[in-house]
Ligand binder design. Structure first.
Ligand SMILES: Cc1cc2nc3c(=O)[nH]c(=O)nc-3n(C[C@H](O)[C@H](O)[C@H](O)COP(=O)(O)OP(=O)(O)OC[C@H]3O[C@@H](n4cnc5c(N)ncnc54)[C@H](O)[C@@H]3O)c2cc1C
Length: 498
């Protein structure tokens, strides 16, 4: 093993308490590192990562999809599958805890991972190549029995003995297509479901604290403003917005969508983009018991309406315990280019940066009309009962996309004091329990390049199309060129005629 110069006592700073920072902190602590400090500019200890209470990062959310279906990308499939064991164990641990032993924002009845199933529905009448690759890879790993091809006689037969009475009919056809005489094509994944994102982060922060990790969480003291370098250019610490300096032998930069603006050199590999999300707040339970029942995770699955790559990239979730149905749009991920001053070199760069509801200033968020129209089209066709409610809220959720949608976990070339841990690319949440295990391996043996070390290493952009990053500011996804939806657009005009 190559010597990294790190000992278990070495001070390690992690910038960012989202999934990438938390999972790294947890696994470093598990591996015996004793001097870990996580900085975040958001006061997560006060708001328990709640998006309704000021938290705003990709990791702070009601729910995220938990799946192990990954097409050709068997490495992610394996990692997701490994992670499920820990999600199950965490659920059990929370449920057997006393309320007073749980952190603020969690109660023993909370399930942070809900195995309600995932319907990957085709909208063009056939299973996509990605779907077929997923089935092939799951078969290869002996997991084919967890997948149910709708309409396949063998799988339908298995489904009827696998699910409770009536459950298969509801979960495999939540939009009632069969009843309406429409074709229903897709695969139901019985291993999948959703994780309660904000609650899961709250839980992992609690586990980290129990293992001795320190957190500095505030706009001044928790916000890293620049990096300290030695004469040879190696990162040796951070300077916060309150001008305090902290020394470290390793700085792990896990700042999600803020990573390129904090460290512009990475913007050739990572780009910050916005995903669009809308909410439908169901009426109170006693006024609409049927809707609460229909959208409950017991009866309604996580769904992808046409897969991620076909149609408009629309997917949604069962209702939350407060009756919120969340639907997301990935058809276009928008960029927001601004002048960014490199905090360390002082040079100015044009970089896509997050503009969240609360950061840099609070504002009433709007999403694009393109996203709202696409979601409305699906809702009208598939969930007409929501049209009378109309969209009741929206959010731009900021991804950090890499050239190839793979993560980036590697030391910066020529600076072994800084490790970038980012590039979640819209699918990182599910790996909260397990990602850090691989991060520790990469930290401890930087040149060995095992499976994930290779997959996530620093890479360069060649001339071909690269996940939209090649478009830059002039591309069609630039936010400044979009028409934003008004609150009037949130309504379904047709519903007034019902
Ligand atoms: C719309 C959307 C849908 C998604 N759906 C799924 C899904 O269904 N399933 C799934 O598995 N994944 C999903 N993801 C991806 C997943 O949410 C991300 O991969 C993951 O949350 C990224 O975590 P992170 O730690 O990299 O970033 P973040 O969660 O953004 O955390 C970064 C942290 O860094 C902090 N920070 C930034 N700048 C500074 C600074 N200067 N000083 C201190 N702290 C700083 C921020 O405050 C923030 O807390 C989705 C993402 C989006 C946007």
């Amino acid at each position: 093993m190559v010597s990294t110069g790190l000992t278990k006592e070495s001070p390690i700073i992690i910038v960012g308490a989202g999934v990438f920072g938390l999972s790294s902190a947890l696994h470093l602590a598990k591996a015996g590192y004793k001097n870990i400090t996580v900085f975040d500019k958001q006061p997560y200890a006060d708001n328990a990562y709640s998006t309704t209470d000021g938290a705003d990062a990709a990791s702070a959310d009601f729910n995220k999809v938990m799946r192990m279906s990954y097409g050709e990308e068997i490495e992610y499939q394996r990692l997701a599958f490994d992670g499920i064991k820990t999600w199950d164990a965490w659920n059990k641990e929370i449920q057997s805890s006393r309320p007073e032993d749980l952190p603020r924002g969690l109660k023993p009845s909370d399930l942070i991972w809900n195995n309600c199933g995932f319907l990957r529905m085709s909208i063009d009448g056939e299973l996509s190549p990605i779907e077929r690759a997923t089935l092939a890879n799951l078969t290869r790993e002996g997991l084919r029995q967890t997948q149910f091809i709708i309409g396949d006689p063998e799988d339908e037969k298995r489904a009827r003995s696998h699910f409770r009475s009536g459950e298969w009919e509801k979960k495999s056809d939540p939009f009632g297509r069969r009843r309406q005489g429409k074709k229903l094509v897709g695969v139901f994944d019985s291993t999948a479901g959703f994780v309660e994102a904000s609650k899961a982060c709250t839980w992992v922060m609690h586990l980290c604290r129990r293992s001795g990790v320190r957190f500095i969480l505030s706009e001044k003291e928790g916000q890293v403003a620049s990096f300290i370098k030695n004469k040879s250019g190696k990162t040796t610490g951070v300077r916060t917005a309150s001008c305090t300096e902290y020394q470290a032998e390793l700085v792990v930069l896990a700042a999600g969508g803020w990573t390129p603006s904090l460290f512009p050199a990475v913007s050739s590999l990572l780009e910050t983009t916005a995903g669009s999300v809308v909410y439908f707040q169901l009426p109170p339970k006693d006024q609409a018991p049927d809707l609460w029942d229909k959208f409950s995770p017991d009866n309604f699955p996580v769904f992808a309406y046409g897969g991620w790559s076909k149609g408009h990239g629309i997917g949604g979730f069962p209702r939350t315990e407060d009756g919120i149905v969340k639907i997301g749009y990935r058809g276009t991920k928008y960029t927001n280019y601004e002048d960014v001053r490199d905090p360390t070199t002082g040079k100015t760069h044009r970089i896509s940066v997050p503009k969240t509801r609360y950061w840099p200033q609070s504002y009433d968020p709007a999403i694009t009309k393109q996203a709202v129209d696409a979601i409305k089209e699906v809702v009208k066709e598939a969930m007409p009962e929501l049209t009378a409610i109309g969209i009741t809220g929206c959010r731009n959720c900021w991804y950090i996309d890499s050239l190839d949608n793979g993560f980036l976990v590697d030391r910066v070339p020529n600076d072994d004091g800084m490790l970038i841990c980012s590039g979640g690319s819209g699918h990182g949440f599910k790996f909260l329990p397990i990602l850090g295990r691989e991060v520790v391996k990469i930290i401890e043996d930087p040149t060995a390049k095992n499976t994930y070390g290779k997959l996530w290493q620093w890479r360069t952009k060649d001339a071909s199309a690269k996940n939209g990053l090649e478009q830059g500011e002039t591309g069609p996804r630039n936010w400044k060129r979009q028409i934003m939806a008004t609150k009037e657009d949130w309504q379904f005009r047709e519903s007034s005629k019902l």
